[in-house]
Write a protein that binds this ligand. Structure first.
Ligand code: HDE
Length: 684
């Protein structure tokens, strides 16, 4: 039952003999019968007169609001941002200057294309939106987990989103880029090619929100006390390191556990394993911007970390789940225009379009201009203005003054403050009015190549496979060919692999680029997930398969080793009530094998005694548990009793270092140590 805050009037009523536990109408009238609509006679009609039933149904009828036009599916949490290093001198924003200052935040992660009810493991960009409730007003850093974007100019956004969303005639496919419209648009939009490399990489199938980076994407400005400006790019680096799943795993997760990412975040926070990210900045001046190979205002480009190192300045900790999904996660309204004094926008044409779109879309979604009164959106610092009235006004402004300037005293009147108020950076502007794209935005392939060349062989293989998968869902051959024509400008071998994978008879001619792509950009290790491996199993999950007769000492050894490694553990058994172990005691299971497939774990241990293993050779879910873990290149520990199961799947002949026999606590520790590599990529 929802508990509404009662004001003074409510308390008065309580003293008149009303209990806090009584179910009431929205008007506060106690309900006597919540099971039956008022009837006219024993089997008679339901009466319209029943104001209690009508009020209830009326409210229910209006419970939904429009879902976000993009980023509809998301999950939010509360947290805190703490500054560890001051940027004084670069900015006057207090949140970036006062070391030790803690600022409350609300963060929402999301997928882009799918609707609210779509599955978490869609191959898609993830939103990473942060609302900082600073002492100087709200600052929204509305970023993604990929540092570049598909397009350079906001005017193209509706086309991009129309192309990726379900086709308008048939209404499918949902939450996917693998279809004609998307690749048709992309193949006609060369500026997307850098982004294509990122979205076909494993970045778009993260293991969890906790294991992904975030980026502000655009170049922003920092402005100091004297009004001098530097450019800045914002980065979020996950403390637990980056990690992704493999594509086949993503497909299975979408069926087995469509809420995989939201459940993961919720469980981690509930368990007190608060996920953390470091906020990093790349700061540079106009001189660097002028000398940079590409335009810093072009959101399809990065500045490699090797060129401008990322300086870590603070830590974000998510330490509280949203208390109510709708009130907070659904109603949170991020606006890129929300910045505080000391931070400013740049002329990135994508950012400028966003500054219009976000405020505009909230009006439609939340129904009026007073969405800033909703608790999750309201600033946590004092605020006073003369914006008045409108739908759902929640504040009760007092006094007779509602205009500025005014000459009322301190108590009644508020006025502007040129000393501390927001001032825009005094950039000098000039030039003719025209619909133009600067020549400095013309190179679409060089950084795409740099990204591809920075990946390990395994990651390059995944990009090739993803392109083949996606383009194989495209029905028109011309579109497939056009994409391969672009790939020829990025990497010839990549184009060849994709053409072969699709079965194209011959390589098409390459797309004529507007400017010749460069192939001399140095690879950047920071672009590869696998080259930036965390070397820890912390925050990951071990799944242990048990059954009748499992050696209790070995099970305890694995649970201890996993916990010592900072990992979560779940036991999986043929029956959810658990299994009787070798010591005769019943050990409860967290999951039934069907409900706890190995795709939901980062590594697995099969601790079975011979007879149980023989029996489980006939269990399809059990065979899938093992064969999927093997195919997804996970580390697998198995007790000697599991040999029949291994033989059944032919794994006794395919031993590798990722498949480890475990007989005692030393083996359990050794296994957990191997798991720090997260996957055994060498497995063919
Ligand atoms: Fe968004 N985007 N976007 N976007 N975006 C929205 O605003 C838009 C872009 C991003 O968890 C919408 O409140 C335009 C880049 C996130 O609530 C909308 C353009 C980046 C979220 C909108 C872009 C993003 C949104 C829909 C091209 C990464 C989810 C609902 C100029 C830097 C925020 C809403 C949340 C949401 C417009 C491009 C990130 C329609 C016009 C680039 C994380 O206003």
């Amino acid at each position: 039952m929802s508990q509404h805050k009662s004001g003074n009037a409510g308390e008065l009523h309580q003293s008149a003999g009303k209990s806090n536990k009584d179910l009431t109408t929205a008007q506060g009238v106690t309900v006597a019968d919540n099971q039956n609509w008022l009837k006219g006679g024993q089997r008679g009609p339901s009466l319209l007169e029943d104001q209690i039933a009508r009020e209830k149904i009326f409210h229910f009828d209006h419970e939904r609001i429009p879902e976000r036009v993009v980023h509809a599916r998301g999950y939010g949490a509360h947290g805190v941002f703490k500054l560890n290093e001051s940027l004084k001198g670069y900015t006057r924003a207090r949140i970036l200057c006062e070391v030790g200052e803690e600022t409350p935040v609300f963060v929402r992660f999301s997928t882009v294309a799918g609707s609210k009810g779509s599955a978490d493991l869609a191959r898609d960009v993830r939103g990473f939106a942060v609302k900082f409730y600073t002492r100087e007003g709200n600052w929204d850093l509305v970023g993604n987990n990929i540092p570049v974007f598909f397009i350079q100019d906001a005017i193209k956004f509706p086309d991009l989103i129309h192309a990726v969303k379900p086709a308008p005639d048939r209404g499918f496919p949902q939450a996917q880029t693998a279809h004609d419209n998307f690749w048709d648009f992309i193949s006609l939009t060369p500026e997307s090619m850098h982004m294509v490399m990122w979205i076909m990489s494993d970045r778009t199938i993260p293991r969890s929100f906790r294991f992904m980076e975030g980026f502000g994407v655009h170049t922003f400005r920092l402005v100091n006390e004297e009004g001098r400006s530097h450019f800045v790019k914002f980065h979020w680096k996950p403390r637990l390191g980056m990690q992704s799943v493999v594509w086949n795993e993503a497909l299975k997760l979408n069926g087995m556990e469509p809420d995989f990412h939201r459940r993961d975040l919720w469980e981690a926070i509930e368990a007190g394993n608060y996920p953390q990210w470091d906020l990093g900045v790349q700061i540079f001046d106009q001189e660097f911007a002028d000398s940079f190979d590409f335009d810093v205002l072009d959101a399809t480009k990065i500045i490699p970390e090797e060129q401008v190192p990322v300086r870590t300045i603070g830590t974000l900790t998510l330490n509280g789940n949203a208390r109510n999904f709708f009130a907070e996660t659904e109603q949170v309204a991020f606006c890129t225009q929300n910045i505080v004094p000391g931070i400013d926008h740049s002329n990135d044409p994508l950012l400028q379009g966003r500054n219009f779109s976000y405020l505009d879309t909230q009006l439609k979604r939340l129904g009026g201009p007073n969405f800033t009164h909703i608790p999750v959106n309201a600033p946590r610092c004092p605020f006073h203005n003369y914006q008045r009235d409108g739908h759902m006004t929640m504040e009760v402004p007092e006094g007779r003054v509602n205009y500025e300037p005014n000459s009322w005293d301190e108590k009644d009147g508020v006025r502007e403050n040129p000393q501390t108020g927001f001032t825009s950076f005094a950039e000098s502007l000039g030039g003719e009015k025209a619909r133009i794209r600067a020549d400095s935005f013309a190179d679409h392939y060089s950084q795409a190549r740099q990204f591809y060349c920075s990946q390990t062989d395994t990651e390059q293989q995944h990009i090739q496979d993803a392109l083949v998968f996606e383009l194989s869902k495209v029905q028109r051959t011309q579109i497939r060919q056009r994409m391969v024509s672009h790939l020829l400008n990025i990497d010839r071998k990549l184009a060849r692999h994709v053409a072969d994978g699709l079965g194209l008879d011959k390589l098409p001619a390459k797309t004529e680029p507007a400017v010749a792509p460069r192939n001399d950009l140095s690879p950047s290790d920071a672009l590869s997930i696998l080259k930036s491996q965390p070397d820890t199993f912390k925050g990951r999950k071990l799944g242990i398969l048990i059954a009748e007769g499992t050696d209790d000492a070995l099970l305890s050894a694995f649970i201890k080793a996993a916990k010592d490694a900072g990992a979560q553990v779940e036991t999986v058994a043929p029956q959810v009530e658990g299994a009787i172990l070798s010591n005769g005691k019943k050990h409860p299971a967290d999951q039934l094998i069907d409900g706890g497939p190995s795709v939901v774990y980062d590594a697995v241990a099969l601790l079975l005694q011979d007879q149980a293993a023989e029996k489980l050779c006939h269990s399809k879910p059990c065979l899938d548990f093992l064969s999927d873990a093997y195919a997804h290149k996970k580390f697998i520990a198995y007790s000697a009793g599991c040999r029949p199961l291994m033989a059944k799947l032919g794994l006794d002949k395919h031993r590798d270092k990722g498949l480890q026999l475990a007989e005692n606590s030393r083996d359990a520790e050794r296994f957990m140590d191997s798991c720090k590599a997260l996957r055994f990529w060498q497995r063919s």
